[in-house]
Design a protein around this ligand. Structure first.
Ligand code: ASP
Length: 337
């Protein structure tokens, strides 16, 4: 039987139009696609239905409520389609893919995010290839996870990052190999695909207010600076440290601020500022000191995946103790653990 794909158009460059203040979200994407794709080409594509969101956004406006909308939308139509494509702005696509991987677990069908660097309305658009590629990938029933497809690369959604604001190769997956490539043929690295652990588990709770504050170590950071940050009303803090998870272990005052915050129930996760690699808090004395304050390792999760995982776990109502435990567990391919 022919596969049917659901396409959710949430906004982003792919459907944008030029305005006096630069590109802005544009509606009626189906008309634009029909203009760009001759009828016989359109007919050769997998069968799809495009649903355009009422409020199309530049993805820089993404909020947890948008994640709830996208996840609920897919969950509500899950039985009716064989695969799902989400058209999304590239700026925060890595966050949204990550969030979907936590909200839509044990998928048995593909959910493929894509978008473009140049809008479909422009001559040099990369949107057509990305759209058609994502649509084809979404018919492949070997894929049972949330992926990001862009410029011929198929990546695990919660491993992907936007790393280039200008290239068509905007995305990469620094800590996990690509799941596949679309050249003349679409080839998957089957052994890398996520295997669902049972029946679909849709965990659609997603609190509107953020739970997580990302922080970054910098040379000369003071205990007072950190203390002020920990007074903010967040449940979790991602501290982006140096190298394998190291920090200023000679600053006893700063270590005390970290210890006190953890003791008060703040979840503080150690994430490296490095682009590739993993946190190993015991590799150096400067990392062991952080571990002794109660900080937990974020291992090799991307900043986007870690942010979304923490938001997801707190939205599920978990206690700080439970969240600390879950951070080290590979829930849906986000960690190499
Ligand atoms: N600002 C745009 C967005 O994220 C960028 C893009 O889609 O490429 O919506």
């Amino acid at each position: 039987m022919a596969k049917r794909i659901y396409v959710a158009y949430t906004g982003g460059t792919i459907g944008m139009k030029p305005t006096d203040s630069g590109y802005a979200p544009g509606d009626n994407l189906m008309a634009l696609l029909s203009e760009k794709l001759p009828a016989d080409v359109m007919k050769s594509l997998p069968e799809f239905e495009l649903f355009e969101y009422e409020q199309l956004i530049d993805s820089s406006n993404i909020r947890p409520d948008n994640w709830k909308q996208i996840a609920s939308d897919i969950a509500a139509r899950y039985e009716d389609y064989d695969g799902f494509v989400v058209l999304h702005g590239t700026d925060t696509m890595a966050y949204s893919c990550s969030m979907m991987s936590f909200m839509l677990q044990n998928l048995n069908k593909p959910v493929i995010f894509t978008g473009s660097q140049i809008p479909l309305c422009e001559a040099r658009t990369d949107g057509l290839e990305n759209f058609v590629g994502a649509l084809s990938v979404a018919t492949d029933d070997r894929i049972k996870e949330v992926c990001l497809y862009f410029n011929g690369r198929l990546m695990r959604g919660n491993r992907s990052r936007k790393l280039n604001a200008y290239w068509f190769d905007a995305f990469d997956s620094p800590n996990y190999p690509w799941l596949g490539r679309a050249d003349i043929h679409i080839e998957l690295n089957e052994q890398l695909l996520w295997q669902s652990q049972g029946k679909e588990t849709f965990l659609l709770d997603c609190d509107s207010d953020p739970h997580v504050l990302p922080l970054c170590l910098f040379p000369g950071i003071t205990a007072q600076w950190l203390e002020t940050a920990f007074q903010q009303p967040y449940s979790a803090f991602i501290l982006r440290t140096y190298g394998t998870g190291n920090g200023p272990d000679q600053d006893q005052e700063l270590l005390k601020v970290l210890t006190d915050a953890s003791a008060k129930g703040k979840v503080i996760v150690n994430q490296t500022q490095c682009h590739r690699g993993t946190v190993r808090q015991g590799s150096y004395a400067a990392g062991s000191a952080l571990a002794r304050t109660g900080m937990v390792s974020g291992y090799d999760a991307t900043p986007e995946a870690l942010f979304c995982k923490l938001h997801h776990l707190f939205s599920m109502g978990m206690s700080p103790k439970q969240v600390r435990e879950q951070i080290g567990i590979n829930l849906c391919g986000e960690l190499s653990q």
